[in-house]
Design a protein around this ligand. Structure first.
Ligand code: F6R
Length: 585
């Protein structure tokens, strides 16, 4: 998603904004722009590309003034062009605005404004807010009244920061994240605490349906009707300051290598939240687990883990599908929402539907200050620190660790030893040479299949997701037994197949599938603790108890996807067309 940022303080605004945007680039990165106010005049620069590129060509951080706004974009309304990049100005040039989200009635508003003589340079819905604000400001002469009127006219999900030519900042939030940071002499507005964590850890998580006005070291927060509203200043966890690559070439690599530690942290304690969640689950008839993307794949594993170890039946639901089949949800059930960011619009929508059906909400979430956490009855933290690489890695293994913990609290004997898992991960990560060599072979491959059975099938799906996101190679997860029901037709000498095959109850059936595939000429990459002559390439995983394999076996595929991305010259941290934290539907 897009990131928005605002600054008003004593120092130069533009460098603060540019460094905040660099840290939030994971939210969207096709274009970038900054506007500042100096001498009651708005200065604006923007361009297509990553923050560092546009900054070095356009000098974003050299704009003068102590008040400013900035934006990195993930295109929704309109193509990736300079004209569509934010900030956008109102016709008079007296207001500049940055915006994240979607204004659903923008076409209607645009034609009405056009009929009144307003003109538009971009295809975005954002320019409509800029001109509406201008119109309402011209009519009322008051920034506050202009915002109250404007938010009553726009529909959709949004967060925006508007800068007026006298340097006032106004920022509104409705179902998109917006946080106010309070420094010694400065105030910040940002989509994410990473936008200002360098300067302050005092923050106000703005409520939905509220707006803030910032002026000379002070701020006020109002409800959308303009009445003063209460707010709470919270301390942002310091761990979120740790969002730096360190010695690693990419965040994705760093996050893969953090897993021996994060999996321990996520799985080491049976927190009160896990205990309360287990009680609730035990006493409920129907349990649903939802998520999007990787978090949905974790939901598929929730079904396997909770049924196998705790004899609890759960139904996984793709969050974005629930609005089309809301009747799946039985009233007064338990609804478990899994999300790294806690801001995925599809997940939040699914939670709203479940709440309407009277469900209790348990979230398994990394950002415990997120919208999802605030919507939940019980919040179980994943505790894996900031995940900046767009592809989910350490959050997935942390989700699995939490699920094993939950299964244990539900009375299951999982036998999971997180210390042992952590050591096995370290062992695998210590020497990536084989994986790097295999990655070299994938450069010109156009199709990769990943095959697994039972609990390894959701891992195969997650592995395929990693491969497609990071390498842009078509990849697909296959349930081993389904091979003969269709996918075998695709196997030939141009295809690579990854076989997830530790020596548990699925081992011999999966080895048979590998032989069937090999006969058709495809190249086989075996991920197993046992070597076999059927594998053209063998990625060895340590021999552990069967409960540890799902957490372990995804790690080599994350690494393989990472190195194959480097082979293909794609940026593993920022895959094309994607954004972390998809806050629009
Ligand atoms: C995959 C990936 C996405 C996310 C999905 C949900 O690598 O990163 O598929 O898993 O957008 O995000 P969260 O977990 O933040 O709700």
């Amino acid at each position: 998603m897009c990131s928005i940022i605002g600054y008003r303080g004593k120092g130069a605004a533009a460098p603060v904004i540019v460094s905040g945007l660099k840290r939030m680039e994971y939210r969207g990165y096709d274009s970038v722009g900054v506007a500042t106010e100096s001498g009651k005049k708005i200065n604006l620069k923007k361009g297509i590309g990553r923050v560092a590129e546009v900054n070095s060509s356009a000098g974003l951080d050299a704009l003068p003034g102590t008040t400013g706004i900035g934006h990195t974009r993930w295109a929704t309304h309109g193509k990736v062009t300079r004209a569509n990049a934010h900030p956008h100005s109102s016709n008079s040039g007296s207001i500049a605005i940055v915006h994240n989200g979607i204004i659903e009635n923008f076409e209607e508003l645009k034609s009405s404004l056009s009929a009144q003589g307003y003109t538009f340079e971009s295809e975005t819905d954002t320019e409509v807010i800029a001109n509406l604000l201008q119109k309402n400001h011209d009519a009322t002469g008051s920034v506050k009244e202009a915002v109250v009127k404007t938010v009553s006219e726009i529909e959709g999900h949004y967060a925006f920061v508007a800068m007026f030519e006298d340097g006032q900042l106004a920022a509104a939030r409705f179902h998109e994240p917006l946080i106010l940071g309070i420094g010694q002499d400065d105030l910040f507005l940002s989509s994410d605490v990473l936008g200002f964590i360098e300067y302050t850890d005092d923050a106000v998580y703005m409520k939905d349906g509220s707006f803030a006005m910032l002026e000379d070291g002070k701020f006020q927060i109002f409800d959308f009707d303009g009445t003063d509203t209460s707010y709470e200043v919270t301390k942002v966890s310091k761990e979120f300051g740790d969002a730096y690559k360190g010695d690693y070439a990419h965040f994705t690599l760093k996050e893969i290598y953090e897993q021996p530690e994060t999996v321990m942290r996520a799985g080491e304690k049976t927190t009160d939240a896990i205990k309360t969640a287990a009680l609730l689950i035990r006493n409920t008839k129907s349990i649903y687990v939802t998520g999007s993307g990787t978090s949905y794949n974790a939901a598929l594993l929730a079904k396997q883990i909770l049924s196998r170890y705790a004899k609890i039946k759960v139904e996984p639901i793709i969050s974005s599908e629930l609005p089309f089949s809301p009747d799946i949800i039985e009233d007064d059930s338990v609804f478990v929402a899994m999300s790294q960011s806690g801001e995925s619009a599809d997940v939040l929508e699914a939670v709203r539907i479940a709440k309407q059906a009277g469900c209790k909400i348990i979230s398994i979430v990394n950002l415990t200050s997120s919208s999802l956490a605030r919507e939940s009855d019980i919040v179980i933290g994943m505790n894996c620190g900031p995940e900046i690489g767009v592809a989910a890695t350490k959050s997935f293994t942390a989700q699995l660790a939490v699920l094993y913990k939950l299964a244990e609290q539900l009375g299951g004997q999982t036998g999971t030893d997180f210390g042992g898992i952590s050591e096995s991960m370290l062992e695998m990560l210590e020497n990536p040479t084989t994986i790097q060599q295999i990655a070299g072979k994938l450069r010109n491959v156009s199709d990769i299949y990943v095959l697994g059975r039972g609990i390894h099938y959701p891992i195969a799906i997650e592995a395929a997701l990693k491969l497609k996101e990071l390498t842009y190679i078509h990849a697909e997860g296959i349930a081993g037994g389904e091979l003969k029901h269709g996918p075998l037709a695709l196997m030939d000498s141009g295809v690579y197949v990854i076989i997830i095959n530790p020596d548990d109850t699925t081992y011999s059936d999966t080895l048979t599938s590998a032989r069937e595939i090999k006969t058709r000429g495809a190249k086989i990459i075996g991920i197993s603790n046992v070597k076999s002559d059927v594998y053209d390439y063998w990625i060895e995983i340590p021999s552990t108890g069967e409960e540890s394999y799902p957490i372990l076996e995804i790690v080599p595929v994350q690494l393989l996807s990472y190195y194959a991305a480097l082979e293909k010259d794609t940026d593993p941290d920022y895959p094309r067309n994607l954004a972390k934290s998809v806050t629009v539907k």
